[in-house]
Design a protein around this ligand. Structure first.
Ligand code: T3D
Length: 261
């Protein structure tokens, strides 16, 4: 069951998790959501994995909740979100490794939230994001109400959610919903190359950077300054720091991967 809905591949320290329900644009059922959450935790604990990529098979990234899977469900909406989507989004945000949302096609509803939740968002030219919840008279969930206004401001977020307008890749880049847009034809190669660049960076420093940035999103400057000072000590005591400084002095590129090879 798990193997069918989620594909896992590791290449050069990059763990790619591919949502695999292409005939439904990777709409999420419980099996997929639970498998994905477990796979992220597993990758987080695997020292050979330095970067995690989330993507979709076929022409979609993720069309949100599988609407064929809802009737007869033995849970309230609240219970369902707390059981499936919320642990998934928390797993992405608390993961100590960079997570790339590699948005290969349409990302709708909770799929849009998944597209926004990554530390880096890479889009294929034909990808699009739709905060589609209001089409079925639901509220944006899985973190969309947290991510989107921080990126585009309250008013643009409200309009995108209220009208369920499709945001195409050129506008997504302009709005800051993604960092890079790549041609469809070479998308997966470009994602892998980008992920390998990240994988060569100092893993401990990136973990602490993610931790600091996540905490800073909801705090004051004073608290952020204190946290930076604490985390800098942790980074400065790590071998990566010594390697970076030594490499600078020796006028060579630092080797931050040596511990894992
Ligand atoms: O706990 C809870 O349950 C609450 C949580 C909610 C989280 C949510 O995500 S709510 C939002 C749920 N998602 C949607 O409402 C999106 C529904 N899909 C669409 O509106 C469209 O499919 C798209 C705009 C995303 C893409 O349109 P298009 O024209 O490119 O593709 P299509 O032809 O509509 O879809 C292709 C196939 O995928 C089609 O199947 P078919 O006819 O070829 O057999 C379609 O039914 C299927 N599909 C697409 N989205 C879903 C889906 N099947 C089930 N659930 C879907 N969400």
């Amino acid at each position: 069951m798990t193997e069918a809905v989620l594909l896992t591949e590791t290449n050069a320290g990059v763990r790619t998790l591919t949502l695999n329900r292409p005939e439904k644009l990777n709409a999420a059922n419980d099996a997929l959501l639970l498998a994905l959450t477990e796979a992220i935790a597993e990758a987080d604990g695997d020292a050979s994995v330095r970067v995690i990529v989330l993507t979709g098979s076929g022409r979609g990234f993720c069309a949100g909740q599988d609407l064929g899977d809802v009737s007869g469900r033995n849970m309230t909406f609240t219970e369902h979100l707390n059981h499936t989507y919320n642990p998934l989004i928390r797993a992405i945000r608390s993961c100590g490794k960079p997570v790339i949302s590699a948005v290969n096609g349409v990302a709708a509803g909770a799929g849009a939230s998944l597209a926004l939740a990554g530390d880096v968002r890479l889009w294929a030219r034909s990808a699009a994001l739709i905060e589609i919840f209001s089409n079925i008279a639901l509220v944006p969930d899985s973190g969309s109400t947290w991510f989107l206004p921080r990126l585009v401001g309250y008013h643009r977020a409200f309009e995108l959610m209220a009208l369920a307008e499709k945001v195409r890749s050129d506008e997504a880049l302009r709005l800051g919903l993604c960092e890079h847009v790549f041609p469809d034809e070479t998308f997966h190669q470009e994602v892998q190359a980008y992920a390998e660049r990240l994988a060569a960076r100092p893993a401990n420093a990136l973990k602490l950077t993610k931790q600091a940035l996540n905490a800073a999103m909801t705090t004051t400057l004073d608290v952020a300054l204190d946290r930076e000072a604490e985390l800098q000590q942790v980074a400065g005591d790590h071998w990566e720091h010594e390697e970076g400084v030594t490499a600078f002095k020796e006028k060579r590129a630092p080797d931050f991967r040596r511990e894992y090879e």
